[in-house]
Design a protein around this ligand. Structure first.
Ligand SMILES: *[C@@H]1O[C@H](CO)[C@@H](O)[C@H](O)[C@H]1NC(C)=O
Ligand SMILES: *[C@@H]1O[C@H](CO)[C@@H](O)[C@H](O)[C@H]1NC(C)=O
Length: 464
């Protein structure tokens, strides 16, 4: 019974794990208020252009004017000359999406008027200045089944507090007598038109555009990356978090990944515009894809070994371990071809990155006519750990390699003991290789970012 209930518990646990980890992202992007402020500068220009295309309906009505009587008026061909949005802000709204607030916007319109008083008719043009326009738009963000973002208008309100209309022409004075009635009509029309256009343009333009965006990208001729959303964008009062799949795959045929992403936790930091977080899933799917593509092959030649190391890559050095080499291939240059028999798998924990690579190292002698003669195949295993940090804007890293173990897998030069070679390799790694790599700052090539606008975080939730 004990065994049976254990099996049930394990089954349930496996199911729970599958259910809870299915939605974990491999890559995360956090956009903070500073990032939204930056986006605002670009987004508002688009909205400004969109609002400048507002189409206003004609207005007609009757007004009773003192000492004149009933006046019938018509306003037509209303044209919006421009729409300015000088103050705007995009802020995240918890569990909803984004709020776009626009204040003190102003616009200018012109059009034609026509009046009829008794049997007299006249027409002219008018100019309308609209000021103190306040617009509040709430956008609901979500994701669809393909992992594409969705956007819709959850709420829109527009308020205009100042409208001034100026009529010119012979009967212009007449209009100016009942301008307040007309102004309030124009104001109400404009208020509703603004929101109509916002809803329409969010639905027709923004959402349609988003639907055309791909959720995968080709990286090279063999691999691609899937960055579809695994959950709807999550807004808090401080930021907008995008949980992306972050999964590499080989273009040939995409197979299911044999492991699930671990939860990725962001620290509560909001100084920079954008934060990126990558989990081990991101790197490990990359490892699988590149391994499948045959890209994890690396050659070590004599030219790559620094002159001051006191080590030459030739058969005379290796004949100390393998006496047969001396007779078979005397004084010949050598070359190693390193490849990974399986995809590398790394783990990221609070202490840094660690992985246990297994590397096949095939040794060759380079014959005088440049032909490669295979000598022996070694299997190397070791523990590698790295700590990567962002310290005052610099990405710094340090690398540590645990004891390397060697074993002989194949040889065309007879069998030999790898013990001595293994000891020498370990001594050279710890006394020469590592101090060199760490001293030169391994990640120097990633550049020094002074005041970076973003931060890269490699982190998973604390180990459970
Ligand atoms: C290179 O030299 C080796 C041994 O001398 C010989 O067996 C091989 O056929 C040569 N290869 C070519 C391409 O000439
Ligand atoms: C790597 O480290 C783990 C635990 O830290 C240990 O069990 C394993 O034997 C090590 N492997 C090698 C090749 O040193």
């Amino acid at each position: 019974m004990g065994v049976q209930s254990l099996a049930v518990a394990c089954g349930a646990l496996a199911l729970c794990l599958a259910l809870t980890t299915a939605t974990n992202p491999g890559f995360m992007v956090r956009i903070t208020q500073a990032g939204l402020d930056y986006a605002n500068q670009h987004g508002i220009a688009i909205l400004e252009k969109e609002l400048a295309q507002l189409k206003m309906p004609d207005i007609s009505g009757d007004s009773r004017v003192l000492r004149v009587g009933k006046v019938h008026y018509e306003l037509s061909r209303l044209r919006l000359r421009d729409f300015h949005l000088p103050y705007s802000r995009i802020t995240p709204i918890s569990n909803m999406g984004l709020q776009v607030s626009i204040s003190n916007a102003f616009a200018e319109l012109d059009g034609d008027w026509r009046v009829k008083v008794f049997f007299v008719r006249d027409h002219g043009s008018f100019n309308l200045k609209v000021e103190n326009i306040y617009i509040k738009i709430i956008l609901r963000l979500g994701s669809d089944t393909n992992g594409k973002p969705t956007i819709s208008t959850a709420d829109c309100s527009a308020r205009i507090s100042k409208v001034r209309v100026l009529f010119s022409g012979k009967f212009g004075w007449l209009y100016n007598l009942f301008h307040s009635a007309i102004e309030s009509k124009l104001r109400k029309n404009l208020e509703s038109k603004v929101c109509d256009n916002v809803v329409k343009s969010v639905h027709n333009d923004l959402q349609t555009y988003i639907q055309t965006l791909p959720v995968t990208a080709r990286i090279d001729d063999k691999t691609g990356i899937d960055y579809s959303l695994v959950a709807p964008p999550k807004a808090t009062t401080q930021s907008l978090d995008l949980a992306l799949k972050g999964e590499f795959y080989s273009l040939g045929h995409r197979s299911t990944v044999p492991f699930s992403p671990l939860p990725l936790a962001f620290p509560s930091d909001h100084e920079h515009m954008v934060y990126f977080g990558a989990s081990s899933y991101f790197f490990n799917t990359a490892g699988i894809a590149y391994h499948k593509a045959g890209a994890l092959v690396f050659e070590i030649t004599e030219a790559m070994i620094p002159k001051d190391v006191g080590f030459r890559l030739d058969t005379s050095v290796f004949s100390a371990f393998i006496p047969q080499l001396e007779e078979m291939y005397p004084n010949m240059a050598m070359k190693f071809r390193l490849s990974a028999p399986t995809a590398p798998f790394l783990t990221i924990g609070p202490g840094g990155i660690s992985f246990q690579p297994t590397v096949d190292a095939q040794a060759y002698a380079i014959l005088p006519n440049s032909t490669l003669a295979p000598l022996f195949l070694l299997s190397l295993t070791g523990n590698v750990s790295a700590v990567i940090n962002v310290r005052s804007g610099r990405i710094v890293g340090s690398l540590d390699v645990g004891r390397i173990r060697l074993s002989l897998k194949d040889s065309t030069v007879g069998t030999f003991q790898v013990r001595m070679m293994q000891s020498l390799m370990n001594i050279m790694t710890s006394s020469t290789l590592l101090p060199r790599l760490n001293g030169e700052n391994l990640l120097g090539g990633m550049g020094v970012l002074q005041h970076p606008p973003f931060t890269l975080l490699l982190q998973v939730a604390p180990a459970h």
